[in-house]
Write a protein that binds this ligand. Structure first.
Ligand code: FAD
Length: 373
């Protein structure tokens, strides 16, 4: 039997960020995590800190994403101090390349809707022309078929594997206890505290945060919570390292700090199948070459499939149980983007009960309202 102030279930992007923020506040915290073969989007994602397309239909989520990007520079510095790991955060804005007039028109419509939704607070992303794109990406010739791009000033990117490593190292360095291969099978309340049962052990704490990706659907109902998430596959391709330096974050073609390019991201409804397929990989590569023809000679070295954690409206869920206070759920498909707010505001919410403004907008109760026929 192990005891702590807070148990965090899940050591992926969400759980590790909240747990890191908790130990930074001096809260005695354990992370209970799955094993290396668990579904873990934290290991297969694209590494974007992305704001420009977030929050259609839920303005609080658009604001939340922007707030996180504003915290990211300090967050990355803090991780460097705690863990000695540089996550290579770049925050010069981000481009989403538009490869046809149809894509440009769809993007224009989305920007109009986001502007109306944001009202006086404003919405900063805008469409820019191909010449301007070329100036922002001087290292590569932009393809003739590029019909402009949407530019978001708050976007950036980081190395996602170093981020996960830094969160874990920083957590342990600040006194947190991490238990791998301790998948939680049940959560009960014994009258004074929550008891998380794993195959090997029992863990007891007055507070528990369920932030374990797809594991949430099984565990949340045990504490009176609901998190209706579903899987969606994204395939990613990685090239050999090349010298060209493209520092700016690009939505689906980005050069990593190590020199390789990452191409992505498909959106496939294939359940929990995290395999790869040649037709999808081919489409992703063809788009990259259309955007930057010079990339056609570059060799691909890896291709993987990874499962997104998607809520019905693609926005985050943060909830505290009404029937079992002290139990929380936290999830979204933007675990890199939101790592800074998770380590800051969400950890503070769990530690002190100080609820961020309008936080009820993130409750899963929003899905209880039946859609109009
Ligand atoms: C292809 C792709 C590209 C993406 N690109 C981006 C991007 O550019 N920017 C961005 O912000 N986000 C991106 N994401 C999303 C991001 O990776 C996820 O939002 C994030 O990883 C979710 O974090 P999580 O901790 O909820 O889940 P995960 O990272 O999946 O981690 C879940 C963890 O919980 C553990 N676990 C599961 N069940 C249990 C249990 N019962 N007990 C204990 N532990 C358990 C698992 O072992 C795992 O470690 C992308 C995702 C995909 C698939």
């Amino acid at each position: 039997m192990h005891s702590a102030d807070v148990i965090v279930v899940g050591g992926g992007s969400f759980g590790a960020a909240v747990a890191y923020g908790l130990v930074r506040q001096g809260v005695d915290t354990v992370i209970l995590d799955g094993s290396d073969d668990s579904l873990r989007a934290a290991r297969g994602n694209f590494g974007l800190v992305w704001v420009q397309s977030k929050g259609m239909g839920l303005q609080r989520y658009a604001d939340w994403s922007r707030e996180s990007s504003h915290l990211w520079t300090d967050f990355a510095d803090d991780l460097q101090d705690s863990a000695g790991i540089h996550v290579n955060y770049q925050n010069g804005g981000g481009l989403n390349l538009l490869l046809s007039e149809e894509e440009r028109e769809n993007c224009r419509r989305s920007i109009d809707i986001m502007r109306q939704q944001a009202g006086p607070d404003g919405y900063d992303a805008e469409i820019i022309e191909r010449d301007e794109v070329q100036k922002m990406v001087p290292g590569l010739r932009v393809g003739d078929e590029v019909a402009g791009a949407s530019f978001g000033p708050h976007d950036g990117h980081a190395n996602p594997l170093r981020l996960l490593r830094a969160l874990h190292c920083g957590f342990e360095h600040r006194g947190g206890r991490y238990f791998a291969q301790n998948e939680v099978v049940s959560i009960t309340h014994d009258g004074s505290a929550f008891v998380a049962q794993t195959a090997n052990d029992r863990f007891v704490a007055p507070k528990i945060v369920i932030a374990c990706g797809h594991g949430i659907t099984k565990l949340a109902p045990m504490v009176g919570l609901n998190a209706p998430i579903r899987p969606q596959r994204g395939q990613v391709l990685v090239t050999e390292r090349i010298e060209t330096t493209v520092e700016m974050a690009l939505g689906s073609i980005r050069q990593t700090d190590e020199g390789g390019f990452m191409f992505g991201n498909s959106e496939e409804e294939v359940g929990f199948n995290d395999g790869t397929t040649l037709p999808i990989a081919g489409n992703i590569a063809a788009r990259a070459v259309k955007a930057f023809p010079q990339l056609s000679g570059v060799r691909l070295v890896r291709n993987w499939g990874c499962i997104r954690v998607l809520t019905p409206d693609k926005c985050a869920i943060y909830d505290e149980s009404e029937t079992m206070p002290g139990a929380y759920v936290a999830t979204s498909h933007s675990g890199v983007t939101l790592a800074a707010v998770n380590a800051h505001h969400v950890a503070n919410w769990v530690a002190t009960g100080d609820t961020p403004p309008d936080f009820d907008h993130f409750s899963a109760r929003r899905f209880d309202v039946p859609a109009a026929a």
